[in-house]
Write a new protein. Structure first.
Length: 559
């Protein structure tokens, strides 16, 4: 594959600035060897689906050796493939097949923590207190005469204490599951080793990196440790002991040298749940270069919010010099078809609005009796067309092209998410968006593989299988294919202007080449002035913009 596509050649812009990136959660995409777990050969067998869908890149969630305590985000070896998912040769074959089809490859890097099975952590346990091996992690003595109390009262994001004892009076920090010890980014070995890892994959042809919990790496943990209340009260302005510290960008400045030593430079996108004003620090070219914007993913289907989110994020992108990103679904949140079909606003189990927690990934699944499935999907399709017409990169999550809903009613015994397990089931966790994809309407796993899948698929998945939707011009798959093909042709400079519609519930914007998107968030149809220019619609009939629908209009000069 050439390093730049024709559109990039025209504008001189790097490929990632307005890419459609499709997230693959490898364990649940396709299973070639029949162990019930998706694998790299499974993805290889489905690359034609990705090409027909028309994505510019795939992002692979972790495929590294892992005990799967957190779905692979507990990495035991950063420079290998989990044997259940394949081999390095399989990885190379997959990259080659994707590149042959003009699809770039972005992989997930998990630098905040390793798996407890990582050789470093095993060395740290064996080496004992005060050792160089323990300095790669965050070990502290416990409190009390027998050091049997945790060094601080902090809670992990998955529930329970963030400190775990190792039996010799010391405890280690894990902000996520106990099987995910946090690394000490003040340690030179840690910094050097990640540079080696980035080079290892970049040398294998990887085009970019998604950086997991990018805001958490560096920490200032001088004794005495602050209490949880003190941490919560501390401003998150770059000086917080744990989160979004200014000095994390020293790490990324070094990574930037690595990225820029390749031709073309490797890209990176930060998963950083930080205050909007601080997102540009990660998105700057001197740092990671792009950052996720999760605002749409946190918002109800609401025109005023969508309008403000677009304005705010284009302004933030201008400040960083990067392009904006847009995300409606990923492996950590309830699928957007389901979110939009629940009573508004989406609520967490404690009744608080999701955005209050700033952690949509812990949203609980929609429960069927209150879920309006048809409405949720109608709005999801409209939101997707809205998003795909915006300037910047769109990140899609596997299965959204089928209009899949969350699987809210998984049997408790099948659930795997540490958020479920550590909370004793009070938080249902994220398994409901990670159920293996349906490829065919029948078979033991609906075409996912030759054996029963690692999470059970509901009966209604059959109606949404790739094979069924590929035959139906009105399906969500057909809509995505058409939209992505059109987007390639219509893509233009990274700007938009709003067009007054005279209605608060209808948003309309125009890109510099005249490509327009009109979204009706209400239920009253909106009459269209340029019926002949309709290129795509998220629902029928054409001629108006029906309720909860987005329509694309061609530039006046045509396509
Ligand atoms: C990932 C999650 C993961 C967590 C810990 C994230 O934000 O997206 O899936 O559980 O990091 O690695």
């Amino acid at each position: 594959m050439t390093s730049s596509d024709p559109r990039a050649a025209e504008t001189g812009a790097p490929w990632w600035r307005q890419a459609v990136v499709y997230q693959i959660y490898p364990r649940s995409f396709a299973d070639a060897d029949g162990d019930g777990v998706g694998d790299l050969p499974g993805i290889l067998s489905r690359v034609d689906h990705l090409a027909e869908l028309g994505v510019d890149a795939v992002w692979l969630s972790p495929f590294y050796p892992s005990a799967l305590a957190d779905g692979g985000y507990d990495v035991a070896d950063y420079r290998d493939v989990d044997p259940r998912l394949g081999t390095l040769a399989d990885f190379d074959a997959l990259v080659a097949a994707l590149h042959d089809r003009g699809i770039r490859v972005v992989i997930d890097i998990v630098p905040n923590h390793t798996s407890d099975l990582h050789v470093w952590f095993q060395e740290a346990l064996a080496a004992g207190p005060g050792s160089a091996a323990r300095d790669r992690y965050v070990f502290r003595d416990g409190i009390g005469p027998d050091r049997s109390q945790p060094p601080a009262d902090w809670q992990s994001f998955f529930g329970g204490s963030a400190w775990q004892p190792v039996g010799d009076g010391q405890w280690y920090l894990h902000m996520f599951a106990a099987e995910q010890p946090d690394l000490n980014w003040g340690n030179a070995d840690v910094r050097a080793d990640f540079v080696t890892t980035l080079r290892f994959w970049a040398d294998r042809g990887v085009d970019g990196f998604r950086v997991d919990v990018a805001q958490m790496l560096t920490k200032d943990l001088a004794d005495p440790l602050p209490s949880a209340a003190e941490l919560a009260a501390h401003p998150v302005d770059g000086s917080h002991p744990m989160i979004d510290r200014d000095d994390v960008h020293e790490v990324y400045a070094r990574w930037r040298e690595v990225f820029d030593s390749y031709d073309p430079p490797r890209m990176a996108v930060a998963e950083a749940w930080v205050a909007p004003a601080r997102v540009p620090l990660y998105a700057r070219q001197e740092s990671l270069g792009q950052a996720f914007n999760f605002d749409l993913l946190l918002a109800d289907f609401d025109p005023a919010r969508f309008h403000r989110i677009v304005d705010d994020n284009l302004a933030l992108a201008a400040r960083s010099g990067s392009s904006s990103t847009w995300v409606l679904s990923n492996h950590d949140v309830v699928r957007h078809a389901t979110r939009y079909g629940l009573p508004e606003p989406a609520r967490l189990p404690d009744g608080a609005p999701a955005e209050k927690h700033g952690a949509a990934w812990l949203l609980s699944g929609g429960v069927d009796p209150v879920l309006d499935r048809a409405r949720g999907l109608r709005r999801a399709r409209a939101a997707t067309l809205f998003m795909l017409a915006l300037p910047g990169s769109a990140y899609l999550y596997q299965g959204e092209e089928l209009g899949l809903h969350e699987v809210a009613d998984l049997p408790p015994e099948s659930r795997q998410d540490p958020a479920f397990l550590r909370s004793g089931g009070t938080e249902v966790g994220r398994d409901g968006c990670r159920v293996p994809l349906p490829w065919t309407p029948d078979g033991v796993s609906l075409g996912f593989g030759p054996a029963a899948p690692h999470l059970p698929q509901p009966d209604w998945f059959a109606r949404h299988s790739m094979a069924v939707e590929a035959e139906d011009p009105a399906s969500t798959l057909s809509l995505y294919r058409r939209a992505l093909a059109l987007r390639r042709e219509l893509q233009t400079a990274e700007r938009l202007e709003w067009v007054d519609t005279g209605r608060e519930d209808v948003l309309r914007f125009r890109r510099p080449n005249g490509w327009e998107a009109v979204t009706n968030f209400g239920v009253e149809p909106f009459p269209l002035d340029r019926v002949d220019a309709v290129l795509a619609s998220s629902s029928a009939p054409l001629g108006v913009v029906p309720g909860e629908t987005t329509v694309w209009l061609a530039p006046a000069s045509g396509l």
